[in-house]
Design a protein around this ligand. Structure first.
Ligand code: FCB
Length: 449
């Protein structure tokens, strides 16, 4: 008799995800590189340095990804490498990206490519980047260059990663490299320009490759009022959810951006996405009034919280955000999901419980096409430097020594089975066996053969 298994459909994408600046190393023309040089901006003044050494040797980790049995990987291109000076395109950089994309194909790993993942060429910042409409024609031209040089190797595209996180961290919190103008109004202007950039890139890609699938990776946190809160907090949670989660999506659906006083039409935007990219990490209890931070990090005593108070482990939220994504009537990809957990004591159960939610969604015929775990290997975590380790593979950034974490071995077993099983729970996270697979145990009849 077989042990209990939750199987995924044939062809399901089992992936991992990375971003250029975080893994490549020495992206000296990026605004992040300049930003890092000033003390006090990155936790412990960490530097990206050679990062995970992908510019020199992405292939080492891609070998590991192939060994794990993954068939998909999400990576990004660094605009500042491809166009280090305005209108100067670096053919060597494009050639290296071609090599990396070919290396993925050679290993049976389908690439999903992000054009903009939190990092800008320095020259673009000097010109005002997303504060100014000029960004749209620059982004369109960069996209056209990438399409011409690499498009034949890219079936799946993300134009912009987490636009609302980018706006929030950059224009409101100030933890990401500075735009020319900050504040809410400048941030909303940037959202408008990001939407225009997205639309321009979408059509540029589709004009040359109509069969390419193009979307956005949108971070969808679950926002809730703390249980037992009164009406204002619940109302506020709804507002935060609307502005952070819904605003961007509604704009992509109907081509109009809601503003505080009405709405603005955005040219060529309506319907310009082929799938919904869901980045899901955690739930936030929003505070009302939102003084001293918009969320309340005092999770209940029962909450499981990942390294550095990054967030609560809340797998049910993944199911919730998948259900919300059904509103957009497009295929869904889980383009990021993971947690910082250096000693890997939470990640195995994190992976199994989140994948159970994906399986539940698929068992209701919700169109979830793939899951990309963030991340394949430890990498430079933006303003949090090297303090947060998201990798299935651990990395010492000094020596570049790597080690597969137990969760990496679990992910390998998952990819090879095309599903999750009670046996995996028993092996990697025994405490989960009884709750996730009730009635299953090494003593149960099914296990006795
Ligand atoms: C997401 C980012 C990604 C990484 C993970 C942990 O918000 O897209 O680059 O930092 O969080």
């Amino acid at each position: 008799m077989a042990k209990a298994q939750m199987m995924f459909p044939a062809g399901f994408r089992w992936g991992t995800a990375t971003a250029a600046y975080q893994v490549e190393g020495h992206n000296t023309h990026s605004d992040w590189w300049a930003w890092e040089q000033v003390d006090g901006r990155i936790l412990h003044n960490h530097k990206a340095g050679q990062a995970s050494n992908w510019w020199a040797n992405a292939e080492a980790d891609l070998d590991a990804a192939a060994h794990m049995g993954t068939n998909a990987h999400r990576l990004s291109l660094e605009w500042s490498r491809i166009e280090p000076e305005p209108s100067v395109f670096d053919q060597n950089a494009l050639d290296r990206y071609r090599q990396i994309l070919q290396a993925l194909h050679d290993r049976g790993i389908e690439p999903m490519v992000t054009l903009h993942h939190f990092s800008n060429p320095l020259w673009l910042v000097e010109k005002g980047d997303f504060n100014s409409q000029i960004v749209v024609s620059y982004f369109q031209r960069y996209t056209a260059k990438v399409v011409a040089a690499l498009g034949d190797l890219i079936p799946l595209w993300i134009t912009i990663n987490e636009p609302m996180v980018y706006m929030f961290m950059r224009y409101l919190v100030g933890a990401f490299p500075a735009p020319q103008k900050k504040g809410l109004l400048a941030g909303m202007e940037a959202v408008k320009h990001m939407l225009l950039c997205h639309a321009a890139a979408y059509h540029t890609i589709k004009d040359s490759y109509p069969a390419a699938q193009v979307g956005v990776a949108k971070n969808f946190p679950v926002f809730q009022a703390k249980p037992g809160s009164y009406f204002p907090a619940r109302w506020w949670a709804g507002q935060v959810n609307f502005w952070f989660n819904e605003l961007w999506m509604q704009a992509m659906v109907n081509g109009r951006l809601r503003t505080f006083i009405g709405s603005t039409p955005i040219a060529n935007l309506a319907g310009s996405f082929d799938f919904v990219g869901v980045n899901y990490y955690t739930r936030f209890y929003v505070k009302f009034p939102p003084l001293g931070g918009f969320y309340d990090p005092s999770w209940g005593p029962e909450a499981v919280v990942s390294d550095g108070h990054y967030g609560e482990v809340y797998p049910a939220g993944l199911y919730q955000v998948i259900q919300n994504a059904l509103n957009y009537h497009k295929p869904i990809y889980i383009t990021e999901n993971g947690l910082p957990d250096e000693d890997d004591d939470l990640r195995p159960s994190f992976i199994l419980t989140h994948l159970r939610e994906v399986w539940r969604a698929i068992s209701f015929c919700y169109p979830v096409m793939g899951y990309y775990h963030w991340s394949l290997v430890d990498n430079f975590e933006w303003d949090r430097g090297w303090t947060q380790r998201f990798g299935l593979i651990s990395l010492d950034p000094e020596t570049q020594a790597r080690d597969m974490r137990p969760s990496g071995r679990l992910y390998r077993d998952i990819c090879h089975l095309n599903g999750i099983s009670s046996e995996m729970a028993a092996q990697y996270t025994p405490a989960l066996l009884a709750t996730m697979f009730p009635g299953e145990s090494p003593q149960s009849p099914a296990w006795q053969g």
